[in-house]
Design a protein around this ligand. Structure first.
Ligand code: KG4
Ligand code: ZN
Length: 342
């Protein structure tokens, strides 16, 4: 089965053709980073306009690279939630129009479930597992029972982890987007130069929750309070110490969830899953079975959309052309209400 997957939830305009939910025949990712860099953050209006200009060319290239004619496709899919509404609308409308014109089934896909599917493009993974979904907009620890069934165990109560990397980098002028820049600087720094506090979060029902606004504020406004002896406040040392604090918090909660549930299989996804320290720390755990997406599939991409859509199509599930884009999924953010299962 050949599926075209389109991803336009934020600042990557991407399309991919994937065979049988596994074999990536093409995965074109047109990044808008240069368009947003001068603002040090994604500007929604600029993002949706760029998607509108680029989407046709990106889809055309995905088909060409895969050597597939549109009529050979068995289905068309696009991300419909969560994300920037104007950006989502472009990829979603394009996918629906294409499916309608071709007379093929259409499927709308959840962006976070697609991120969690990315490692499955590289090989089979058994369920259940503990999922770590970490991106610019979300930080979620979940229990996954199937590709479309997760139970959110913990989530951030304020900023997402990727957002904290981006904001720290923006403040110090290290570069945009901040995650990769800080990760690279950190490789050359001393992670003990500053000792940033871990947040004291409420326990009980929310013992896997995360919080990044305190760490961000400490790194940005109270740096000297956490400096150790005569440690130098170099970009490398700040980056290394911040990265350690940010990722250690994820690891603590993730390992707690694994221990409590007795599930030792961990699957990571999302832009922050590219983090070198996170990958090293988890890979060094002999007691865990850990799966990461390949680096090229950590960030936003169409392949994960096409991959997960195949699983729905395989079950005979598709969506109507009236499916609307949604910017938020309430269960992914603490305090926003809603049920606990997606
Ligand atoms: O999944 P993604 O591409 O887009 C969203 O769905 O948000 O994630 C982007 C986020 C950004 O915040 C970026 O700074 C972060 O992932 N990121 C990283 C790394 N590479 C990207 N964060 C930490 N370490 C990295 N190596
Ligand atoms: Zn993403």
């Amino acid at each position: 089965m050949l599926v075209l997957g389109i991803e336009s939830s934020c600042d990557e305009c991407s399309a991919a053709v994937v065979e049988d939910g596994r074999k990536v025949l093409s995965n074109i990712v047109a990044t808008q980073i240069p368009l947003h860099a001068q603002y040090q953050g994604v500007v929604p209006e600029i993002a949706s306009r760029a998607h509108t200009r680029w989407i046709e060319g990106v889809v055309r290239e995905a088909l060409e690279v895969a050597s597939i004619r549109p009529d050979q496709l068995d289905g068309v899919a696009a991300t419909y939630q969560p994300g920037l509404i104007g950006s989502l609308a472009v990829g979603l409308s394009f996918a629906k129009a294409m499916a309608f014109a071709l007379g093929k089934p259409f499927k709308g896909v959840n962006h976070m479930l697609a991120h969690l599917y990315a490692p499955r493009l590289a090989g089979d993974i058994a369920y259940p597992f503990i999922g770590l979904l970490v991106s610019g907009g979300h930080s979620i620890i979940c229990r996954a029972e199937d590709f479309d069934r997760i139970d959110v165990l913990g989530t951030t109560i304020d900023d997402a982890v990727g957002e904290a990397f981006d904001k720290v980098s923006k403040y110090y002028g290290y570069g945009y987007p901040g995650g990769q820049v800080i990760d690279e600087l950190a490789e050359k720094g001393d992670d003990k130069a500053f000792r940033f506090p871990q947040p004291s979060l409420h326990k009980g029902n929310h013992r896997y929750d995360l919080s990044y606004s305190g760490l961000k504020t400490a790194v940005i406004h109270h740096l000297d309070d956490y400096r150790r002896q005569d440690a130098e406040a170099s970009p490398e040392n700040i980056a290394a110490s911040f990265r350690k604090a940010a990722i250690d918090m994820l690891l603590t909660k993730l390992l707690l969830a694994a221990q409590d549930t007795g599930i030792n299989r961990i699957v990571a996804g999302g832009g922050v899953a590219a983090n070198a320290y996170l990958r090293r720390q988890l890979a060094s755990r002999g007691d865990l079975e850990v799966h990461f997406p390949p680096l090229a599939l950590c960030g936003d991409n169409g392949a994960m959309v096409a991959g997960i859509a195949y699983r729905y199509f395989q079950r005979g599930e598709s969506d109507g052309l009236d499916l609307a884009p949604q910017s938020r999924v309430p269960i992914y953010k603490r305090g926003a209400g809603g049920e606990k299962t997606a």
